[in-house]
Write a new protein. Sequence first.
Lengths: 648, 648, 648
Amino acid sequence: MTAFYFGGDYNPEQWSPEVWKEDVALMQRAGVNLVTVGVFAWSSLEPEPGRYEFGWLDQVLDLLHDGGIQVDLATPTASPPPWFSLRHPDALPVKADGTRLTHGSRDTYCACAPAYRKAAAGIARVLAERYSEHPALAMWHVHNEYGTTCYCDHAAAAFRLWLQERYGDLDRLNAAWTTAFWSQGYSHWDQIQPPRATQYLVNPTQALDFKRFWSDELLSAFEEQKAILRSLSPETPITTNFVFGGWVPVNHARWAPEVDLVAIDHYPGSAGLGAEEQTAFGADLARGWAGGRSWLLMEQAAGSLNVGRRLHTKEPGRMARHSLSHLARGSRGALFFQWRASRGGAEMFHSAMVPHAGAESRRFAEVAGFGASLPRLAELEGSAVEAEVAILWDAEAWWAMQSTHLPSSELDYLAAVQAAHRQFWAAGIGVDVVAPDADLSAYRLVVVPSLYLVSDQAAASIARYVERGGRLLVTYFSGIVNEDAQVRLGGYPGAFSEVLGISVEEFHPVEEVRLRSGGRGRVWSEQVDLAGAEAVDRYSGGVLDGSPAITRNEYGEGVAWYVSTQLEDEAYESLVEQVVQDAGIERPELPAGVELVRRRAGESTWTILINHSEVVVELPVEGYDLLSGTQVLSPLRLIAGGQAVVRA
Amino acid sequence: MTAFYFGGDYNPEQWSPEVWKEDVALMQRAGVNLVTVGVFAWSSLEPEPGRYEFGWLDQVLDLLHDGGIQVDLATPTASPPPWFSLRHPDALPVKADGTRLTHGSRDTYCACAPAYRKAAAGIARVLAERYSEHPALAMWHVHNEYGTTCYCDHAAAAFRLWLQERYGDLDRLNAAWTTAFWSQGYSHWDQIQPPRATQYLVNPTQALDFKRFWSDELLSAFEEQKAILRSLSPETPITTNFVFGGWVPVNHARWAPEVDLVAIDHYPGSAGLGAEEQTAFGADLARGWAGGRSWLLMEQAAGSLNVGRRLHTKEPGRMARHSLSHLARGSRGALFFQWRASRGGAEMFHSAMVPHAGAESRRFAEVAGFGASLPRLAELEGSAVEAEVAILWDAEAWWAMQSTHLPSSELDYLAAVQAAHRQFWAAGIGVDVVAPDADLSAYRLVVVPSLYLVSDQAAASIARYVERGGRLLVTYFSGIVNEDAQVRLGGYPGAFSEVLGISVEEFHPVEEVRLRSGGRGRVWSEQVDLAGAEAVDRYSGGVLDGSPAITRNEYGEGVAWYVSTQLEDEAYESLVEQVVQDAGIERPELPAGVELVRRRAGESTWTILINHSEVVVELPVEGYDLLSGTQVLSPLRLIAGGQAVVRA
Amino acid sequence: MTAFYFGGDYNPEQWSPEVWKEDVALMQRAGVNLVTVGVFAWSSLEPEPGRYEFGWLDQVLDLLHDGGIQVDLATPTASPPPWFSLRHPDALPVKADGTRLTHGSRDTYCACAPAYRKAAAGIARVLAERYSEHPALAMWHVHNEYGTTCYCDHAAAAFRLWLQERYGDLDRLNAAWTTAFWSQGYSHWDQIQPPRATQYLVNPTQALDFKRFWSDELLSAFEEQKAILRSLSPETPITTNFVFGGWVPVNHARWAPEVDLVAIDHYPGSAGLGAEEQTAFGADLARGWAGGRSWLLMEQAAGSLNVGRRLHTKEPGRMARHSLSHLARGSRGALFFQWRASRGGAEMFHSAMVPHAGAESRRFAEVAGFGASLPRLAELEGSAVEAEVAILWDAEAWWAMQSTHLPSSELDYLAAVQAAHRQFWAAGIGVDVVAPDADLSAYRLVVVPSLYLVSDQAAASIARYVERGGRLLVTYFSGIVNEDAQVRLGGYPGAFSEVLGISVEEFHPVEEVRLRSGGRGRVWSEQVDLAGAEAVDRYSGGVLDGSPAITRNEYGEGVAWYVSTQLEDEAYESLVEQVVQDAGIERPELPAGVELVRRRAGESTWTILINHSEVVVELPVEGYDLLSGTQVLSPLRLIAGGQAVVRA
């Protein structure tokens, strides 16, 4: 059992050697044991083509090693230096409208450009050759936040090769893309282009395949570097930091098996309780990618949340609560971007472990305080996070729902999945977030929120799960299209009609609808016809007045629920309560705003409790609290912001 | 007397031959007698340059003919295949900012590109050669929704030729465009460009002429195909489907004489009663283009309305009500886009006559039910729609008012004309929508909403109409500029000051104003000075307090009213009531939400009634109701959604 | 003592010679004594390269001279003719995304393009050669509203030269720009580009330097023309009209010493009292640029205000009140764009001295009336505007705060400075708006609103001012970065921490905060730690509950106040009242909406009073009112809209 990782991105190239020494001393004060070095250092390491400057990095790694701090060494390939862009203008990224971007920010490359791939492999090799034996080296950090799309001719050529691989012949592609519509039939491969700027709506399957292609293309760029590092540094784990967002053409579930340790960056976008919900969701998602094994929070902000037009400063204690939530849900540590706040550059107001005010500050004190608490939690490592419920998540379904041709532009896959997750988070019921084709047999309940696109195989697996006694909750606009983004004919929700015992002829996108139970739905409704299912709730008023809104169907040994609208939280909570009871899942008594996670290893169990509310709460828990190092008796009192990690 | 057309766009290339057979059987079940085939079939017909595949189309036309269904055969020139774009990149459209669009949607061509024109003529000729004798052929459908603008060099060259034709010499162009302002004087024709992206405001007359040019250029593209089809298929009527929208550079009133049958696509953009108002307006506009003769609703959606961020599903019966409104106002049929909902492609969620759910659905049942009712209405064909009121509409005035340099960006010509039309629609008073230079002598009342641009000739014709006893209602911001979009000096509303007996020195754009009568205006007000007219209503409060808002002037034998603000509906209704009474027009007693159209042929008259409201209404009508096939006595009861076509 | 200037832009090239004669007669009727001619006349003067047409201008200047009207003759270089753009496409401006703009508007040039500079110098020389001896010539008006940015390769090359000049060597540039962040290190000068479209956030110092560069580049373009005019016309004053706006890369404070007379264009963007506040602020700013000497209002609109989506028509008398406010605050006249409203072109609805309605109009009558009043005010010329308060304004701080990387996108430097100015305007306390490095010793109070960027030198000068007894009021988010836009480490507000006796560790961007005094702040708050200062007000509620919001610190012989949030007007007014009292500044009793300016020359003093309110007010003033030509006794009664210029 090793200690949890604690630290962050360290960019010494921005500072003088005097500061480096202070840094190591402060890191020790804060309990830092791992820093990521070199993410943006390409122009410092190779200021001119072929001329390397390693002296500063040698010195920094030695200093860190001497200070007892391990290094997650990055290949700096996410930010090629200006000289590279000037020499290889064809490697600059191009937008859908043909605009070629320039250097002067970060990520100004096209991963399909041969010159870029060659240069990236080159700098990775040079770094590995020099540092693979360095005693500070603990991990390789390939690149940074893979996620850049490009529409250039290199990308077009690579896309065509990928399509040939996927479809084999053009007839299959034409059929999959429905190119008969709008006269888009291709008679040669070289007629196919990325979904560049065009007159009107883009072909949705073309757009979806372009994202799939990019995910694979970026993965191959990662694999190229991984192979080099592995060959020179066979014992060192290799990872990259996953970034999550609607613009990211990366299917992380598919990538995860290729990294030695799943690592994520996480920056919540809400000032209220949404930040805590997003934190839990992000952590559960990462654990899902990691197949239930531990993973690593590679980046978070020490002091702020990105909320619309402003940075919201994290209240005292909030950084520690978020960090504990990540740890509780399986992270092997809590790392930050970045160690020391930059004086200049585009992210100078990004919060840091050492703020502009310096180490004699509340922020640094909180960082150091949290660092000091980590060793006390070491025994959690290796234990499993408990979950009886699975929520399905699929990147391809997300991409398909980003299309502009849907019946409502308000349909939002991520929001639908987060809304489902939020109900269980609030109820203190453990949830795994897994892929649609995952083995579901271990779960008492599976939730399928708005899974617009689903493969035949996954749909069959879900049906089998119910047939054999599983409980299922499917929400609106699920099962509509197959993997080619083509509608499943004969009544919605195609893939799930049978298991749900219903059929839907037409959608009714709306502003708001009401249910007879008094609940409200938004955005969406459907005219549901019963085909075996019973109506649990019905629409009230409007054109759907009296028709089923929520249904329940017994299927094989199991039960399948359907909700045909986007329920508001109150109604959603009540539905989840029924479904959970129906599934025989025990629901803890949990005050509002309190987060609960259960871990287990063999006979041992731990209960992690985080009071995000603004009041004192009492909880029926007892045992040994690792954080306070004391035995606690029930009821356990947690002050506002209080936390406990109780071994039973 | 032939039956009304019933059917829609049929795209068999998306489906297998098995489906074609089911299609014909279902069409027969639904009473379909005309389908539009081949609109987007270019890449299916000519998958590679010069290699044609007609087998499938032969088969489909034969099947349709055998099933008794006629064909409106399209030239597929609105969507050139990918191979064409790849071969002729100079024929791809270019945006004002220089972005060259790519294929992958539809309409990715520049109609000025010689290669495109040649290819379009080629495919039209090949189709005509093969199918002009086919017994299923009933009509030629050239292209689809002409409306694509391009700013490329081909367009620039064609624009210059058009300008030379219009202006003869550069001095006249410089004067018309007021190029002395901002140093835009041209000394050679080749200095002139389309209104491409520039530093700041564009020259408004240049922008207007560019739309005029495009209308003529697209018309010449249409004429080219028409000549080919006519030469090979001299007996078959030729049309194209007009699309209406602010982005469409087509002056349909000018095009209409060139088509054998005016045909329109109509997709209302409102979920409420606005959809019915827009339907009536669109139909009256089409009849105006057709010079009062019958026309054809070529496309509508079977099941949905495009409302902002979402598709609104048409309530039961609404499709039939809209269709009847079109028929009542002169359409020779009711056609849909499209027959069978696509499985894939960008419009897979566009509603269709056969929905994704299949033929055993409410939607198809309604379609078939409406189809079955059409033969009963056959006697309406050939009768005239009655109208004592004309509302003026002019595409050039619309384009001129789309300029960004007006005193208020809230001025909206289309909204102003629709607001006027709405008053008469609600009152059940028949309206023709006609061009400013139309013969007005037959009307009791002419309404001129916000006719910003008007020619001397049209202004004189309108004045003559009043002089000879006509009633006129002019609304704010009319008569401001001449055909060169130059202000008529000496006091607004220049072109109409004399006939209205007023003069306006300055505009007062506003959020809202009040009138003494209690009414409200929005967006606009004017300081009106009386010069012979009397004040009918005055502004109340604000800087214009007490000055005339609505005026009435006796001019020659007639009367001319003016309203200097954009009245809200209640005040507008009350003004129209006064004006209508003043004009001696009879106003029926009509419950809210009921649509009334009167038709006449010789001695016969028909009253068409559509109850769009949600309550039962009673109406003082009697005679023979073609729809129910029964004699009806006054009061006629119409349930919510009910319809009647009563022969007196 | 000469008379005040009265007139405007005169564009005779838009009109026929008959109109010119009417123009001169109407100018005489209106008291016009100066007109700006030729601003947009390049294509009229040189319709083809090298072929000049001066006849019309000769005739116009002679007519004006004969009519007793002086001419401010413009070089027409802001609008090169179409032939120029066609010949030199490389001189057309390019946007950050690479879009090359075309001619067809105005300002379609890049000032860095050699061909443009040569052509501009050429036309200036030709004009000077021909007209330097013309008796009508009173002033040279170089160009128009310098403010156009370009990102083309000419601009890139010039930017690099400017950077070499500024930084000397690349190491200094790399350090100043913090290029170590995101791997932006430059190893050759030619790697540097303008801040063109890039993948993500732009380097903030690069963006700032690009604006500084453009200011200097445009200045050198101005200087080139000035040198030519001076050499041929040594006695004639030379100016250009400054335009003020967030998009304008001109540091007017730095330019002002280079013009013989500071001249501004002023177009308020508010319909309410904001228009009057903006007028006073613009005028005080212009006087600041002019170093307290007189300046000239070169353009304003006779009849309208640009308010969001609409033009708001100026109410009767409002034009005169704005004009008097400018004169009171140091303008040597009141000029308009333009004399006669255009019939066509992009600004045909820009209001003018002679409106479309003609000279027999209320608008022209007001113009002529105001012109007639001006000679009565002649004795004001040469007197000084009194001010005991200075507000600091800095273009570079503005540009730095336009960056997209700040903690809140709601931070608005201009709004912060105008909010400060508004308090003193409302209180009738005279204010100078001066640069941060100005000599402050003469002021009783200096206000520093949100001075995000400040140089060491200016910060030291401000501290010295306080040390020697000055009163200082600094507002939130001041003193954060140095001239390289790099954070001053060790606690905010770095540059001012010591003089203010406080330290701030972290910002708290917010929607709204409350103070214990009951006041409210918006957008911003800070956790202030006292380091010598006392808390004058504290936050109430929220995470900063109880911590200091407003502080007061005695420093040396002076006092320094700090407010850490963007106070709403009521609370701001109350703070200013305390600070003003603390500074011993006398505050007049002034009814709301009344503007007061004091002028002094030797023993003589004048009080200018403008009643912008809608009620009659009484004021304790007596003396001789130049406007009415009568002796007035206290209390002076001013009707709504009334004005008085009272010599004590």
